[in-house]
Design a binder for this molecule. Structure first.
Ligand code: GLU
Length: 344
């Protein structure tokens, strides 16, 4: 070998060793003390809904990235090594499908959608049962909103015939419920002029008088409805009467709800229907991970975040965590509820 090349090769080798040895030791040393990071996604809904802000609060409450200060020293009380994020999605149906397909570890879903997905019924009859769904907790009741422009002339569900209405997009749980309500009143998808929009876009379209109304199944106060109510642009149409009573008698997921006056500025008491919002997780997420997540969800520090973060947060209570679940509990969640004596 030419002397110059020999020299360069030797310098190169020495340099490589000089760099690699500490690098290797560094990795080794870090590996010895570092906690593993576990990324955990929570599928929510549109940003103008309630899933998204509540999901954001829960994501930060259950996260405890490696190196966080201990819980009892004012640090994070989340699941050790967990980094959770709330992702905006189309809603319940989309979340369930993404959990099945592995693009989400967890997600929020209406209890009706969760039950139908797990059992392969209704809209899941064709694509088949999603038997890998498990529950972490029942969270809070979601209200079926039928929001109309003040000048739309719509006073009941029957009045929707021929009107420009957003039933929400395919993949949302809202759309599933909207179609059920229409059907209960003898109306089909084609009896309204369907403009499928996410709640935020529906609120904008309504403001511009491009649509007459929209459905939205979400915890109150939902941002998309709140802003329109503040602008005195909307009314809430009651979802009531014999067709609704028949629907309630037929389905264990829906409950009669009287939305109190003032839930939204300027809007009186409204008779409607509610359905549970539940937090679902893939069966494949390890038992210990889900146990730690469930523990963090019900930690007293999380309660403070929930109560300050969103009015619906205060209604998320451990006493209701196992009520009306559409799918079985994840074994990790079940272990926590047995220890906490929520389950006997
Ligand atoms: N329940 C709605 C859905 O599944 C979403 C509600 C929300 O975004 O808060 O489509």
């Amino acid at each position: 070998m030419h002397r110059r090349f020999w020299f360069a090769a030797r310098v190169g080798r020495v340099l490589r060793q000089a760099l690699l040895v500490p690098l290797f030791m560094g990795v080794f040393a870090a590996g010895a003390v570092a906690q593993e990071i576990t990324f955990f996604r929570i599928g929510t809904g549109s940003t103008a809904g309630t899933y998204f802000p509540v999901g954001g609060i829960i994501a930060s409450a259950i996260s405890s990235p490696p190196g966080s200060r201990d819980c009892d020293r004012g640090g994070s009380c989340g699941a050790p090594g967990l980094v959770a994020v709330a992702q905006s999605t189309r809603g319940s149906v989309d979340n369930v499908r993404q959990i099945r397909d592995g693009s989400l570890e967890s997600g929020f879903s209406q209890s009706d959608v969760a039950y139908w997905a797990f059992n392969g019924e209704e809209l899941f009859e064709e694509e088949g049962a999603v038997s890998s769904l498990r529950a972490i907790a029942n969270l809070y009741p979601e209200t079926m909103h039928l929001v109309v422009r003040y000048d739309s002339g719509i006073e009941s569900v029957q009045d929707l015939r021929g009107k420009r209405i957003s039933l929400d997009r395919k993949g949302s749980g809202t759309r599933v419920d909207a179609l059920l309500i229409l059907k209960a009143f003898g109306l089909g998808e084609d009896d309204v002029e369907d403009v499928p929009l996410a709640s935020g876009a529906a609120a904008d379209a309504l403001r511009e008088a491009e649509i007459d109304g929209f459905f939205f199944t979400a915890g109150t106060p939902a941002a998309a409805v709140q802003e329109l109510a503040e602008e005195a642009l909307v009314e809430l149409v009651p979802i009531e009467g014999p067709p609704v009573e028949a629907l309630l008698a037929d389905s264990p997921f829906f409950a009669d709800q009287m939305l109190p006056a003032g839930t939204y500025p300027g809007i009186g008491a409204t008779h409607t229907v509610s359905v549970g919002a539940q937090w679902l997780v893939a069966e494949s997420v390890p038992e210990e991970t889900v146990y730690q997540i469930t523990r963090a969800l019900w930690h007293p520090s999380t309660r403070q975040l929930l109560e300050k973060g969103h009015p619906k947060g205060a209604q998320i209570m451990i006493e209701k965590a196992t009520e009306g679940l559409g799918v079985p509990l994840h074994p990790g969640a079940e272990r926590y509820y047995r220890e906490a004596e929520v389950l006997q």
